[in-house]
Design a protein around this ligand. Structure first.
Ligand SMILES: NC(=O)c1ccc[n+]([C@@H]2O[C@H](COP(=O)([O-])OP(=O)(O)OC[C@H]3O[C@@H](n4cnc5c(N)ncnc54)[C@H](O)[C@@H]3O)[C@@H](O)[C@H]2O)c1
Length: 262
């Protein structure tokens, strides 16, 4: 290991094949675009086929490599197809960013008003979806004896933010999954880590949150006193999909401008 260490390339994602679920819109779109700028080959796997094609078009227009595969992450056949397309197109799977989620489409309301079917849908996408995507890429990563899985949780895990109780619960589940799975796949040099983004002004968040987004101004609780944007999360994702994080697994990196500290 020490002999293979190269300080010039250790933090690079150039040439890596990275799947971004929910990569058609919002923060996931920015992950795909920015990782492609850094030389990664991106598999854009959103449920929204039109959004996938727009993201892939923008990556290619900027000189990057990407392929679209419409994927409902809560569906085992669809997630298997996603992994198959990645391998058929690029021959391997180096990274999986589990970013797809039901979030911006959810109304904010008291916990006892959440309809049961909405609770179940959130768990199916935000928790089962992460499980199914990990399961779909695992055989290829195991074959490679290397892989990088990044699960997107939420700063709600630290803050206990009210009014989307199903969403908060699902994002806490993502952390439990991250920790236990990391121990089950570590022998294959597959790392599994989580990121907890703070309130981020993604295009979908701004469109759905309106006044709430405007009211949620940078405050003195945040060490970095400005709004959070999707690009603020890209560095952590690149770190966790590069060799620089090969000895880090089961961890949760909080990216919220220093609002919560732990
Ligand atoms: N924006 C924020 O303030 C914030 C804060 C903390 C965490 N996050 C997390 O970051 C991630 C991205 O956030 P965002 O603001 O872009 O969220 P978003 O809700 O706007 O976007 C999620 C994406 O997932 C896709 N998607 C939904 N259901 C899917 C399914 N079944 N299969 C595949 N794709 C599906 C949507 O089409 C969309 O493109 C999410 O996991 C979210 O929970 C966001």
């Amino acid at each position: 290991m020490q002999d293979e260490f190269d300080a010039k390339t250790v933090a690079s994602v150039a040439g890596r094949v990275i799947i971004v679920t929910g990569g058609g819109k919002g923060i996931g779109k920015v992950y795909g675009q920015r990782l492609a700028e850094a030389g990664a080959k991106i598999v854009v796997a959103d449920i929204d086929a039109d959004a996938n094609n727009i993201t892939v078009g923008s990556i290619k227009a900027a000189g990057g490599e990407a392929v679209a595969v419409a994927t409902d992450v809560s569906d085992p056949d669809a997630t298997q197809h996603m992994a198959d397309v990645a391998v058929e197109t690029y021959g391997r799977i180096d990274g999986l960013i589990n970013n797809a989620s039901l979030m911006s489409v959810l109304p904010r309301r008291p916990w006892y008003e959440i309809p049961l079917d909405e609770w179940d849908s959130v768990m199916a996408v935000n928790v089962r979806g992460v499980f199914l995507c990990c399961r779909a890429v695992f055989p290829q990563m195991q074959k490679q004896n290397k892989g990088k899985i990044v699960n997107i949780s939420s700063s709600r895990f630290w803050e206990g933010t009210p009014n989307r109780l199903h969403y908060s619960t699902s994002k806490a589940g993502v952390i439990g999954l991250t920790r236990s799975l990391s121990r089950e796949v570590g022998e294959f040099n597959i790392t599994v880590n989580a990121i907890t983004p703070g309130f981020t002004l993604s295009d979908t968040q701004v469109a759905s949150s309106g006044d709430y987004a405007r009211q949620n101004l940078p405050d003195e609780i945040r060490a970095i006193r400005r709004h959070q944007f999707p690009e603020d999360l890209v560095g952590a994702v690149m770190f966790l999909t590069s060799d620089a994080s090969d000895y880090i697994t089961g961890q949760t990196i909080n990216v919220d401008g220093g609002r919560s500290m732990h």
